[in-house]
Design a binder for this molecule. Structure first.
Ligand code: ZN
Ligand code: ZN
Length: 349
């Protein structure tokens, strides 16, 4: 029989198929033939086909917007939001609207067109996760912006329109609903118990062990109790911190090791599935008029983390209609399987 599991963070129900759960081999990932190489604006030599770079790590002596970079940050050529202008919050009868102000950047992770993040050198991944930190911190100086979302789409099914490894950053003048729901749950939990909801989850999961995938001194990787999707995993820092931008270089090095580890395991276990990951961190805490206390408990009650979602099942009418998810692989099975994936396991082609 299936179970309804309640997610205390999103306050959402998930239907988990506890018996006869689907295992990794039940998910067939169709691999497309590599056709003839298409033009790629993120490869060396095509730097003039993108907007001018915002930042790059590059070899000494190389000019901006030329080859010689290792990681390159550029504005999105087709941005969802524009950085210029006022928010222009206004009413239209019972409706509210504001201008599409925000930032939309692309972090081109490597010059290597086909390098999977799980196969990158830790030193290189460290540079990328430091750039996440520094770009969010920079955008939070703009008091129009409330939230900066870092996310990655890997594979066409996961929404990646370009194959070349890249992460996106979208900064918005409002905190997204999903994050706002988490902030509300976290604050309610804190006000009732004077403890962090995420620290509580980690403590319980560490004691139970059955949904833990990786446990290091600095980070915990777990399959959440009410996983929405097969092989959904979260990475949480062991030490309570609400804000990713406060992470030290030492912590981010450790984060790069853990991120590589779990992405490598997912790639190996599921034959390079499409996936998304999303960084959940603190919104900008620049006070707004009349909301001076709104964020006051944030350092105590919120806890940054990354959610990784392999795209093995489709979200369809039931999910859209109810807000529930149906998950055919219990997180206990997913965690057990991922724990068993060794670093030296060969990837099946
Ligand atoms: Zn490329
Ligand atoms: Zn915490």
């Amino acid at each position: 029989m299936s179970e309804f599991r309640h997610d205390p963070v999103q306050k959402r129900w998930v239907i988990v198929a506890v018996e006869r759960g689907r295992r990794p081999s039940d998910f067939k990932i169709e691999k497309k033939d590599k056709g003839k190489a298409k033009f790629c604006p993120f490869c060396y030599g095509n730097e003039d086909k993108t907007p001018p770079e915002i930042f790059a790590i590059r070899e000494a002596g190389t000019a901006p917007d030329s080859p010689g970079w290792q990681v390159r940050v550029i504005p999105n050529k087709f941005p969802a939001l524009a950085i210029e202008g006022d928010i222009g919050r206004r009413g239209l009868g019972i409706f509210d609207l504001m201008n599409g102000v925000g930032a939309h950047e692309v972090i081109v992770e490597t010059p290597e067109h086909e390098l999977h993040m799980g196969d990158m050198e830790v030193d290189h991944l460290f540079q990328i996760v430091k750039i996440y930190r520094d770009r969010i911190a920079d955008l939070y100086k703009d008091e129009r912006l409330r939230y900066a979302l870092i996310f990655k789409n890997h594979g066409e099914v996961a929404g990646a329109s370009l194959e070349h490894p890249h992460t996106q950053l979208i900064a918005t003048p409002i905190t997204p609903r999903t994050i706002a729901a988490e902030l509300d749950s976290a604050r309610e939990h804190f006000l009732a118990k004077e403890r962090c909801l995420f620290c509580d989850i980690m403590n319980q999961e560490t004691a139970l062990k059955e949904r833990i995938v990786i446990d290091t001194e600095d980070f915990l990787v777990l399959a959440p109790f009410a996983s929405r999707f097969p092989f959904e995993t979260w990475i949480l820092p062991r030490k309570h911190t609400h804000d990713y931008t406060l992470s030290s270089d030492e912590l981010l090095y450790s984060f790069a090791e853990t991120l590589k580890d779990i992405l490598y395991r997912l790639k190996t276990a599921l034959n390079d599935p499409p996936f998304n990951f999303v960084l959940h961190t603190s919104p900008s805490t620049i006070p707004r008029p009349g909301k001076s206390t709104y964020w006051s408990t944030l350092p105590y009650d919120y806890h940054w983390h990354i959610e990784i979602i392999p795209r093995l099942t489709k979200v369809a009418g039931f999910e859209w209609g109810t807000g529930f998810y149906i998950n055919p692989t219990p997180p206990e099975i997913a965690a057990e399987y991922l724990r068993g994936v060794g670093q030296d396991t060969e990837v099946e082609e």
